[in-house]
Write a protein that binds this ligand. Structure first.
Ligand SMILES: Cc1cc2nc3c(=O)[nH]c(=O)nc-3n(C[C@H](O)[C@H](O)[C@H](O)COP(=O)(O)O)c2cc1C
Length: 188
């Protein structure tokens, strides 16, 4: 079998997590395009449970990182595993996805749409789950208030986006056949 190429497939296959961003901000049109990709993500029974906030305030992002690391620990292995970067990897734009209830699936679909749309525009992205340690903690309530999000909404995922400053090494995948099987005929 061979992979067929088009712009969508190539963006999906070429996307890599980026953790080195330049200071340059993305344009408002780039942001709106990426958010539109999230807006059109599917949801169960079209319930549209997610609420998205975008933070582009560099000082506030630094403060978020301080609050996060003060809570989880500056040397906690789980949060320094990737590198010594701040939790948002110094990206100029951080997109948060919240929902009333546990709509992980819908948030994940939005996050991947964002990451793939960003890649299609040559914008780097990093999906960030670890921020949940702060955002879903009591101490995260102030951030929910700051972001104009109901305190009872759950933080589900964040996506840092910005101009790539370095190419990221490929994170290899296990062999395809370890995880995928195509069954064309079943003897039942
Ligand atoms: C649900 C989820 C949570 C993640 N959380 C983090 C995170 O908190 N910080 C981080 O640097 N990367 C995070 N990542 C990025 C993964 O580490 C990355 O996708 C994985 O290593 C595969 O690399 P690739 O995206 O370049 O293929 C997360 C990815 C997913 C899907």
């Amino acid at each position: 079998m061979e992979i067929l190429h088009n712009e969508v497939i190539d963006a999906i296959v070429k996307r890599r997590t980026v953790r080195d961003f330049s200071n340059e901000q993305i344009t408002d049109d780039e942001l709106f395009t990426v958010l539109t990709a999230a807006y059109w993500a599917p949801s169960g029974r079209n319930s549209q449970p997610c609420h998205v906030r975008v933070l582009q305030d560099a000082e506030a992002l630094k403060r978020l990182n301080v609050d996060f690391k003060n809570l989880v620990g500056w040397g906690t292995p789980a949060y320094t595993r990737w590198d010594t970067n701040p939790v948002y990897h110094n990206a100029p734009t951080l997109i948060f996805i919240f929902a009333e209830g546990d709509s992980c699936m819908e948030a994940g679909l939005m996050a991947e749409n964002i990451a793939v749309a960003a890649e299609s525009l040559s914008i780097g992205s990093c999906i960030i789950g670890s921020l949940g340690a702060l955002m879903n903690h009591d101490q995260g309530k102030i951030w929910k208030n700051n972001l104009d999000i109901d305190e009872n909404y759950k933080f589900l995922i964040a996506i840092a986006i910005g101009c790539k400053s370095k190419t990221t090494p490929v994170k290899e995948r296990n062999p395809f056949s370890d995880h995928f099987k195509i069954i064309k005929s079943l003897a039942i």
